[in-house]
Design a protein around this ligand. Structure first.
Ligand SMILES: [Ca+2]
Ligand SMILES: [Ca+2]
Ligand SMILES: [Ca+2]
Length: 227
């Protein structure tokens, strides 16, 4: 192993270290090696770890094997629920921005709750370019279509919209439908994602319904950066 930068100075100072074996001597508990930047190479001269001079990035080159779990406590990830019903919001085809007003968790503070009174959409903003797993449900009640009711739930991102359609062929009064959707969305930094739903084929009686209690969630929106 070859070490560049300030680490070289540190290793010269820690004279008891062996570069031919496992580095154990001289380290106890949470001792610190402080680098202002540099690279660590394997015995073949291949760069394996790069630490940027600014101290903001560490780049690992090649595959990385973890023998235990990896807990990424700041990885963008959120879960929000709708806890207030949006009444008489659709049924006539109106696309409703779903408000998901109550955050259950928001690990990197990238989710802004919506307001069911307006209604305005609960919106996730991607902090970095990446692939984001997004999933949502809505619970539509009081759908009174004269004939067939067409329903949809959509994930609306800055670059594209993901649609999922359903049809209630019976067209019964007071029909209820639970709709769900998911996608692995390609998002750029500062792209947004929110949920829309609608019912068509009748009048504007349909409600986007919340759970009975905060522990019984009928409508939720969640997402996480996966890659
Ligand atoms: Ca938030
Ligand atoms: Ca974009
Ligand atoms: Ca209603």
């Amino acid at each position: 192993m070859k070490i560049h930068g300030k680490a070289k100075t540190i290793l010269a100072w820690v004279g008891c270290l062996s570069l031919l074996g496992i580095l154990t001597a001289g380290f106890t508990g949470f001792d610190t090696i402080r680098l202002s930047g540099g690279i660590i190479e394997d015995s073949g001269g291949n760069t394996r770890i790069t630490i940027s001079p600014t101290g903001t990035n560490v780049t690992l080159t090649g595959s990385v094997d973890f023998s235990s779990y990896v807990n990424k406590s700041s990885q963008p990830s959120f879960l929000a629920a709708l806890t207030t019903t949006i009444s008489n919001a659709t049924g006539d085809g109106t696309l409703v921005p779903v408000s998901y007003n109550s955050e259950i968790y928001d690990l990197n503070s990238n989710y802004a709750p919506g307001n069911p009174a307006t209604p305005s959409a609960g919106t996730f903003t991607a902090p970095v370019d990446g692939k984001y797993y997004l999933t949502a449900t809505v619970y539509l009640t009081d759908i009174n279509a004269a004939g067939a009711a067409t329903l949809s739930i959509r994930i609306v991102t800055s670059d594209r919209t993901y649609h999922k359609y359903f049809q209630d062929t019976a067209g019964l009064a007071n029909t209820v439908m639970s709709l769900s959707i998911d996608a692995i969305a390609d998002m750029d930094a500062n792209d947004t994602a929110y949920i829309q739903a609608n019912a068509a084929g009748g009048s504007k009686t349909a409600d986007v319904t919340s759970g009975n209690t905060t522990s019984l969630v009928y409508a939720y929106f969640s997402g996480s950066l996966i890659n």
